[in-house]
Write a protein that binds this ligand. Structure first.
Ligand code: BG6
Length: 487
């Protein structure tokens, strides 16, 4: 991969929450390790009346709050802050852009823009940038979600951006793709020979993908009420995980090869009819309960009014192609769940015949667990014989073959997803960014589910905070004789 680094970075939303918690600490991490191009300048922009000095103070405070103590090197922080400057901008105001262009100056050495804004502001933003010459050949743009709320609005945004930037200069962010363990799925599948022969409908019974969070609304009512769990977590992050599990082996580790294969998976997702939806989806909303022994409010109480937005969703999905015919993919995500956990569990088919059955030995099918967070490990559950003389029958037990990535790579720092993604944006590597056709296929599938909920008048079922969601989610898999991997 040829690196083509830019000389300037423009960060919209630079004083917001994402910037303070993730972007500035990530950029500092890259700076501290000497990975940012020499001389790269970072111009922050947002509404308000900050200036260079006050923005540097905001950044200093954010680093102080969000960096771990061992990363707080005073000299490196000081030299990082020297890269920063600030230009106020109101994206809804056309006259904002000239001052921005003046502040940024010469962009012949390349400019990367990070745009995280409400969907309604994408259009004025890209048009304004183009007008003042901040969209030419040397400029690439990173787009943070939400990129629309359905297929129609996503197409509108994509068209708007495409009128100014060609696809090879658009970097759509899904931060899950920047996570180390997520990329490890590729290493596991395509760097080892023994899984591939059984990685299909003959070898695999079902796949479960869980992204469970313990946090609740987190002061994001404005956004979350227009999204809900399906669009906040499944349409993007969960489907990206599904694609990495389900895709065919790409020929090369390149942006086109990998994204072509993922896009094929998204296009193969079975689109549900309104009659399919009630049997294949469950929605929930948390009510008061206890998370980590602390009493927390219900969603409606946090909002201050009654809402029908789902904070939990479980879905039985299908990938309709040769490899996956008949294999259910159970997807599940929720806020205020029992534990924070992102995990993929692949359950293999049982052995065709058990020679132990006549001697009392019970077999469980093998399961491969890929734990993404909070811990990082890969665990294969295999059958073993319990020690003993077996005079009362053979006793078999499931035991874990565990590869702890935390332990195996103990000395190596885990970078937050945005470190890698910002560096890829700066250097122009699109492999871990989402292509337009992927996003649109994701929306086709999602919109059909939402249409089914609307047609059936589906309302979320309540579940107490601190649990694994409504009991209907358990029934969704139990009907097929499958149990969620919950321990
Ligand atoms: C974001 C969602 O995309 O991902 C949030 O908008 C969610 O609602 C977050 O909390 C989860 O990310 P992570 O990296 O903490 O699993």
């Amino acid at each position: 991969m040829q690196r083509n680094p830019v000389g300037k970075l423009l960060l919209f939303g630079a004083t917001g929450d994402l910037s303070k918690r993730m972007l500035l600490p990530s950029l500092f991490g890259l700076h501290a390790d000497g990975l940012l191009p020499e001389g790269l300048t970072i111009t922050g922009s947002a509404r308000g009346d900050e200036d260079d000095d006050s923005f540097r103070e905001i950044a200093r405070a954010a680093l102080d709050e969000y960096l771990s103590d061992d990363r707080k090197d005073k000299e490196k922080i000081a030299s990082f802050l020297q890269r920063l400057s600030f230009q106020p901008a109101d994206l809804s105001d056309e006259s904002t852009f000239q001052a921005l262009a003046d502040k940024i100056g010469d962009i012949s050495g390349g400019l990367a823009i990070f745009l995280s804004t409400a969907p309604s502001l994408f259009e004025p933003a890209v048009k304004g940038l183009e007008k003042v010459g901040l969209a030419g050949d040397t400029v690439r743009i990173g787009l943070e979600k939400p990129l629309g709320y359905d297929l129609a609005s996503s197409r509108e945004i994509n068209d708007t951006v495409a009128a100014v930037f060609p696809e090879d200069r658009i970097f759509r962010i899904d931060h899950y793709l920047g996570k180390e363990t997520v990329q490890n799925i590729l290493a596991l599948r395509f760097g080892n020979s023994f899984f591939e022969p059984v990685w299909n409908a003959q070898g695999i019974d079902n796949v479960q993908i869980t992204i469970a969070e313990t946090v609740g609304l987190e002061d994001r009512a404005g956004y979350y009420e227009g999204a809900g769990a399906l669009r906040d977590m499944i349409t993007n992050h969960t489907l990206q995980l599904l694609a990495l599990i389900a895709m065919e082996p790409p020929a090369r580790y390149s942006k086109d090869d990998i994204r072509d294969e993922k896009a094929k998976v998204f296009r193969s997702l079975r689109v549900m009819t309104p009659t399919d939806v009630p049997q294949n989806t469950v929605t929930g909303q948390y009510e008061e309960g206890a998370v980590s022994s602390k009493v927390v409010k219900g969603y409606d109480d946090e909002l201050g009014y009654d809402s029908d937005v789902e904070t939990f969703v479980a879905i039985k999905a299908h990938v309709d192609n040769w490899r996956w015919q008949g294999v259910p993919f159970y997807l599940r995500t929720g806020k205020r769940m029992a534990k924070r956990r992102s995990e993929i569990a692949i359950q293999f088919k049982p052995v065709p015949h058990s020679m132990f059955s006549g001697r009392g030995g019970l077999l469980q099918p093998n399961t491969l667990v890929i734990r993404l967070q909070p811990e990082e490990y890969i665990e294969l559950l295999v059958m073993a014989k319990e020690p003993g003389l077996d005079r009362d029958g053979v006793r078999l037990r499931e035991v874990p073959l565990k590869l702890s990535l935390d332990t195996e790579f103990a000395g190596q720092r885990r970078r937050i997803a945005y470190e890698r993604l910002l560096l890829d944006l700066i250097e122009g590597d699109q492999t871990l960014f989402v292509r337009r056709d992927e996003v649109e296929a994701q929306w086709v599938w999602t919109d059909a589910i939402r249409a089914g909920w609307a047609a059936n008048g589906t309302k979320p079922k309540h579940y107490p905070a601190g649990t694994w969601g409504p009991s209907a989610a358990i029934a969704l898999t139990e009907r097929d004789g499958v149990t969620w991997q919950d321990d």
